[in-house]
Write a new protein. Sequence first.
Length: 235
Amino acid sequence: MANQRPLVMIKGIKDGLVLKLDDQCSYHQLIEELKQKLLERRHHYGDGPLVSVKVEVGNRFINKQQKEEIQAIIRSEKKLFVAEIESNVITKEECEERLKQTELKTVVQIVRSGQILQIDGDVLLIGDVNPGGKIIAGGHIYILGALRGIAHAGYRGDMDKVIAASLMKPSQLLIGDVMNRPPDQTDEEAHYMECAYFDSERSQIVIDRLQSYFRKTGNTNNVLLEGVKQAWGKQ
């Protein structure tokens, strides 16, 4: 069995260690080899500073108890701490949550003063957001109507989201954790859609015509464009 492939591979990187764990063997075999490999390498980090460890388990699903066991084995080496355990496999619940966060939800209503409309993913609002009203989304916001209240896209901290509206007259805009109150605009009769997005070079939220945004960013093959297509298709 001298040519048996290793079940645990340890690689040193700038910020610490990466442990790649085999995803084909039994869990028991994996744990036994993990303990042995860490014991063999103890002299490399035993007297040094704390070392960050990233664990990659590939296509193996590990439950909460197994994750805690792997963390405990690594932490038992005193100078090691687990920064992350990465798996290519997620639970059904996690999958459903991710889909929920990326789906486009259509809402037909007027968001009146004092009301808050909150959506996990992208939202297409067919209606207005009145002054004092607020629309919040984990993804992009598309409004087929007037935005005169507050809009917050990417509320989980995502800065690559946009807010698009047929009439852009918001009292406040937020994208990720950046807030901006745009200057007053006078073109109430405009018949083109505008969008607000975070400009990383200027470190602020800017407003532009939707067509100009696509030309500047080349952002024409993603969820945003599909959302706009759906939005205009419902007019």
